[in-house]
Design a protein around this ligand. Structure first.
Ligand SMILES: [Zn+2]
Length: 241
């Protein structure tokens, strides 16, 4: 489905969104959903007018199983180099566990990860912050840590458009990704507060429908980025997380 000029989302995926972005001399694929999604992604490329060898790069926002699941197959089908955040590369390449939260929820998440974990694949390039992707002129690589340790988003200032990965989710409105799937909620909020400072009215999340032409996005992100106030049962004192 075409979202905007030169930007498409892949239809028919079950777990998370994959975006195609027209680049300097072809197209760039952002994330790869779960295992078995390569057919839908290659079909969407065709519908957008690209052959597999027209893919210039595959960019990964973070190393969760619903974003790297079809990475190896997609890399094989297109021959395109993989770009990923430096801190997420060991997990993608199979040298480290996939990122997961701490505590009991983290243990459950780890179990799910090991069941769904895709085959490792070698990453060709670490993403560098700034306008570093030659395949995507006008786009900036923006670190948005928190959901995972080295989570990264892509931002186009001219279009006021953010491809957020799971730094944000559009689940009944724009919000942070659910806490059970987030490694460090405090850092995720700090990243959101940083994003609130950008001129931004279009947000494409890893989960949920596109947010387009919404001038209230920065204000909303400012609220989401605030540390949360809560009442401690033990002391009945208000404190900041
Ligand atoms: Zn995630």
């Amino acid at each position: 489905m075409q979202i905007a000029d030169g930007i498409w989302s892949v239809d028919g995926l079950r777990a998370s969104n994959v975006y195609l972005v027209r680049g300097a001399d072809g197209v760039v694929v952002i994330d790869s959903c779960v295992r078995g999604s390569q057919g839908a992604i290659l079909g969407a490329l065709r519908d957008a007018g690209y052959q597999p060898d027209g893919v210039q790069a595959i960019v990964i926002t973070h190393a969760h199983v619903d974003h790297i699941g079809s990475l190896r197959e997609l890399h094989r089908a297109t021959g395109a180099p993989i770009y990923a955040p430096a801190g997420e590369i060991p997990a993608i390449e199979g040298h480290a566990p996939l990122p997961h939260p701490r505590g009991l929820i983290g243990q459950v998440f780890r179990g799910v990860n090991s069941l769904l974990r895709p085959d490792p694949v070698v990453v060709q390039h670490a993403l560098r912050p700034g306008p570093s992707l030659t395949a995507l002129p006008g786009w900036y690589v923006v670190p948005t840590p928190g959901h995972t340790q080295d989570h990264t988003s892509l931002y186009n200032p001219q279009r006021q458009l953010l491809i957020a990965g799971d730094a944000l989710a559009n689940l009944g409105g724009l919000r942070l990704a659910p806490r059970p799937f987030t490694s460090n909620i405090g850092r995720a909020r700090a990243s959101t507060a940083m994003l609130a400072g950008l001129p931004l009215r279009n947000v494409l999340c890893g989960h949920g429908a596109p947010v387009m032409g919404d001038v209230t996005v920065p204000r909303h992100l400012q609220t989401l980025g605030r540390p949360q106030r809560y009442r401690s049962n033990a002391s009945h004192a208000l404190s900041w997380r």
